[in-house]
Design a protein around this ligand. Structure first.
Ligand code: ADP
Ligand code: ADP
Length: 231
């Protein structure tokens, strides 16, 4: 469970201060699917970076599974991040010269997992996203939607409890976007907690709840009565 209380983030550049997050409160229970919306500059990325333990708040608290993240040093933050959090990006962030399998294995490679086990886990993750048949393809041999599936397989290879996705459909056409959102819903049904930034209202309708940011404040938190496509 994620418990955010009175979270503030101030950036200081020279004498200029920007209050990127102001007194944000949010609880996300395990297994929930939240869409984050808001205009450019409203604090969404800052919020996601803090949730992903990539950045520190200036004030307020962030409890992850009842652990106050302020009590963790950089080493433990990295350990928690690797174990519990998967990241999906707008630009996929795949390495162009590596096959789907090798891209998906990358987190395990850095963790020192043996090659056979890496291969087996990568195949299992690619199967979960419906791309086992493309295991040897390089990114330039895949469509945008397929590239994002590979990136999602990489994000879930360690079975993280939380998936953080920043505009995952931002570079996709509407048919691929829809497919990717159906995949996120499938992962949600299997128990993942998902927090997904989008500026497209139709995309947000796939989530169970939508939170809206404006000028660094969380201004609205609404339940989606019947999430698009939920079966
Ligand atoms: P969004 O993701 O909603 O577009 P951001 O979280 O990127 O919003 O930005 C929120 C505010 O914080 C903006 O005013 C932005 O200019 C500022 N900001 C973001 N990152 C930095 C940074 N590293 N240094 C200084 N200001 C920043
Ligand atoms: P709450 O109102 O308790 O905060 P949510 O609005 O997050 O709960 O979700 C209500 C229920 O709907 C939960 O059981 C959640 O698992 C389910 N749910 C949320 N999003 C989806 C979705 N996209 N597809 C299917 N079920 C969903």
């Amino acid at each position: 469970m994620i418990e955010i209380q009175n979270l503030c983030k101030t950036y200081q550049t020279g004498s200029v201060k920007v209050n990127a997050l102001k007194d944000v409160n949010l609880t996300v229970e395990d297994g929930h699917f939240i869409a984050v919306m808001g205009p450019s500059g409203s604090g969404k990325s800052t919020f996601m970076n803090i949730l992903g333990l990539l950045d520190h708040p200036t004030d307020g608290s962030y409890l992850l599974d009842e652990v106050d993240t302020r009590s963790l040093d950089e080493y433990r933050l990295a350990a928690v991040r690797n174990r519990k959090i998967g990241f999906v990006f707008q630009n996929f962030n795949l390495l162009p010269r590596l096959s789907a399998q090798r891209n998906v294995e990358l987190p395990l490679f850095y963790a020192g997992v043996a090659a056979n086990e890496r291969r087996a886990l990568a195949a299992a993750a690619l199967e979960r996203v419906g791309l086992l048949s493309h295991i040897d393809h390089r990114p330039n041999e895949l469509s945008g939607g397929q590239r994002q599936r590979v990136a999602i397989a990489r994000a879930i290879i360690n079975h993280p409890s939380i998936l953080l996705a920043d505009e995952p459909t931002g570079n996709l056409d509407s048919a691929s976007s829809y497919e990717i959102m159906t995949l996120f819903q499938e992962l949600h049904r299997q128990g993942s907690t998902i927090i997904l930034v989008t500026h497209e209202p139709e995309i947000a309708q796939h989530a169970g709840r939508i939170v809206h940011f404006r000028d660094g404040s969380l201004v609205k938190n609404e339940k989606v009565e019947s999430p698009l496509d939920a079966r």
